[in-house]
Design a protein around this ligand. Sequence first.
Ligand code: FAD
Length: 282
Amino acid sequence: MEFFPPKTPAGEALLAQRLERFRALDPAFCSITYGAGGSTREKTLEWARRLRNEYGFETMCHLTCVGHSREELRSLLEGLWADAIENIIALRGDPPRGQENWQPHPEGLRHAVELVRLARSVAPFGIAVAGFPEGHPESPTEQEDLRYLKEKVDAGADVVITQLFFDNTDFFHYVNAARAVGVSVPIVPGIMPFRTGAQLEKFTTVYARTRNGPARIPEKLRKRLQGIASDEDAARLGIAYAIEQCEELLDRGVPGIHFYCLNESDAVDAILQSLRSSHRLA
Ligand code: FAD
């Protein structure tokens, strides 16, 4: 279950309330994202500690190379380990808003693989890295994407968590291609139950862009969206569609599912209830 650090006291109170509900869903782990601009970073660390200490979740902290020197990252990693946060997802991060191309900090790290190596040198973290079933927007070819994925795994990543996608075919293709280049660690699919058509468009065009432009919304989903008149119906479709995706993924043996929860508990609650009632999840 992935959350982001809320920006307002009201958002914080709401997340705290929802985490009680998430606890009942018994997730294998919870993760908290790391903001691009710097403003939410202290909050990320604070929420990572809360997830671990207040709620008792196995916690994974997102960490990016953006705006940090190597020594700052080392000290962040040491702090996490001292706070018993034993899992990280090691990311490069996107350029901060207003900056078009990725530029590392002058004394920083250029690629996620370097953060994996740094983390490995600090403590025996559980380390996840990002994978992109439809291709990272800056990677000109699939082979290049996979080469660097393999490099991250060879550097010590234990698991790959994927960008969100809406066509399972893209995920299955990616896993096969990754296996073919020798990536043997678990690859966990990232699933986002959308709430509105506008939100789906925003995520596919802004946060989950691919080598070929926006993340793909398959024709079958587009058709179903066309018949939708209200936000309530869109949210229901988001849940139903995510259930269908998860059913197929679980039937084909994925090692788990990473939910982009967006700090909402209702959708994931409904999805898990359905997966548990069809005995796809214990
Ligand atoms: P990298 O692995 O460094 O790859 C970036 C690009 O460089 C790719 O095109 C890759 O092919 C290329 N590349 C990699 N290594 C090399 C190399 N050695 N030489 C040349 N080229 C190379 N962003 C946030 O800001 N905060 C978050 O909390 C966050 N959480 C995320 C969680 C998940 C599960 C995912 C999938 C993404 C997340 N992101 C987050 C987004 C992520 O930071 C961006 O997608 C970023 O553009 C790529 O990060 P990366 O770790 O894959 O980078």
